[in-house]
Design a protein around this ligand. Sequence first.
Ligand code: GDP
Length: 458
Amino acid sequence: MSEDTISQIATPHGVGGIGIIRVSGAEAFAIAREIFRPARGDLGEIAPYRARYGQITAADGTVIDDCILLPMRAPHSYTGEDTIELQCHGGTIVLREVLLRTWEAGARPAEAGEFTKRAFLNGRLDLARAEGVMQLIAAKSARSARAARERLAGALSEEIAGIRHRLLGAIARIEAGIDFPEDDIPAASAAALREDIAAAAAATQRLLTGAHAGRILREGVKTVIVGRPNVGKSSLLNALVGTERAIVTDVPGTTRDVIEEEISIAGIPLRLLDTAGLRAASDEVERIGVARTEQHLEDAELVLAVFDSSSELTAEDQELIARLRGMNADTIILCNKEDCARILSVTDFDGVNAPVLMISAQSGTGLDTLRETIAARVQMMEGELSDGALPNRERETEALQRAARHLTEADRALAAAMGMDFVSIDLRAAYDALGEILGETVDTDLIDRIFSEFCIGK
Ligand code: GDP
């Protein structure tokens, strides 16, 4: 357990009705005693989990703010330490002054993620759950929030703990039987071990299968809007986002750089990128824009290809169609400006494996159908974007893949009767790799790095 008592504003910056300052550590109650004066009576013995109304006072006794004090006693707090929460008025200056007062009384500023890091170090949360906290805060869609909540509730942790439990049982049986002559493993034991390994490998594989869905829910489906200048890409982005973020103009090529927005469709997060187009560039800035578009198209998961339905296909449109024919990403063709004279038709896109929708980014016609089509496509990408235990960090996927490799090796060693030492080494390695996801077998540098990604006050 840490020595220091830390404090920080837990509510977002800016003005709000209420602002909360959290103080955690051995001195938390002492600090409350020093800076908080109850409205009525003495503070006396601080009773945990009982709110007290009063005032935060400066060292000279002047009142800084009214406040509700909420004390929590270790280990029954978020961090697992003595904690007080001070609910003050949510003004920037007031909160700052109360925060300074807690520092004056002996706390130090909490680093980003330090409350949650303490919760982890004190065994309140494993690493997979702790990341759930961050992901819940960062979630940009309902589905993402649900996945984060399930992670926080332990869906992934329990799945991993289950596999590790099974592996530990197998390791224990091997170690108990180590006095068997090496090449004389009873057949029944070998069969039982192989069964354990197969079950662990299958469960690990199931988790890996969910990794893509997990990543989509955390980061969003990478969706690239492409099309020649002036077909209405920025207008489409704006219409889907519902704000005037991208600049819409009549001058071709104004969206030179890539504009990115996050939206949510049917609860699924989408990273929407409006690109500069693929046209041969006339200057350096545009050349860079075109190169970026190329790059984004390479790793897009969904492509919205926009055409102007009120004009004939140009050479540039034809080039794009040719590219779409060879593309891996899921594609939807959008004939925009359907409110104008309609010249294009579905047959113009023969050979492209994509639905063709008539829309108007300006009037909004067809956008609901577009949203439905996007939702259906994403569902198809992932089967039913399943809930439950979804790894979603590179680090987690890598650890699972390592575990899977060791399980394959263990099984091979067993099948080849290579000796129990070999089997046991690989089973241990798989066990440890899975433990990394829970934060059991990772070094402190990595722990520090992970928690430093959290926000201040969490
Ligand atoms: P971008 O260069 O592809 O991003 O195209 P913009 O979104 O900047 O649009 C180019 C022009 O087309 C603007 O003048 C828009 O107002 C216009 N525009 C976009 N969508 C529509 C539409 O659905 N109908 C009509 N009539 N005009 C549109």
